[in-house]
Write a protein that binds this ligand. Structure first.
Ligand code: CMP
Length: 140
């Protein structure tokens, strides 16, 4: 059965470009409830740990540098079929391939600086939520 939670980050590019409010509004408008949220900044070490699964990819260094370059908004979201529905809402990783009206089509600038992260599976949603939040910081 699909889990009803996913994890997201509004990335440094979208924060810097002033899109936090619009993105949260689009997330709420699509029926997601925010059950945990923080405005924070990842160290390079923490960003590297979060994206460790990509450590062999050629873009890993760039990804870690970008994700630790400025503040982010981390959040846990709740909705039926959360992981898949959120990935539909944010659109393809590369904004040039993202469907019209999706968050990445609206706010991302490139495949590297793509405005938001969304978990790709129920297992990763749990791992990523626990990476950023203690159980006492989630309010279902
Ligand atoms: P995200 O959904 O956060 O998961 C992994 C991230 O790696 C992805 O979004 C992109 O920001 C980044 N990424 C994926 N492919 C590339 C690429 N070819 N070049 C640079 N960054 C990439």
């Amino acid at each position: 059965m699909a889990s009803n939670r996913t994890f997201t980050m509004i990335k440094p590019d979208a924060v810097k470009n002033g899109h936090i409010g619009a993105i949260l509004n689009q997330i709420n408008g699509a029926g997601f409830k925010i059950i945990a949220m923080k405005y924070t900044k990842l160290s390079a070490e923490k960003a590297g740990e979060f994206y460790a699964v990509h450590s062999e990819r050629p873009f890993y260094g760039e990804l870690v540098e970008f994700m630790s370059s400025g503040p982010i908004v981390a959040a846990v979201l709740e909705k039926d079929n959360a992981v898949d529905d959120f990935r539909t809402l944010i659109g393809a990783t590369n904004p040039s391939e993202a469907a019209e009206g999706t968050i990445r089509a609206n706010y991302a600038t490139s495949i590297g600086e793509n405005a938001v992260h969304g978990s790709d599976s129920d297992d990763n949603a749990k791992i990523e939520s626990d990476f950023h939040f203690a159980g006492t910081e989630m309010f279902a």
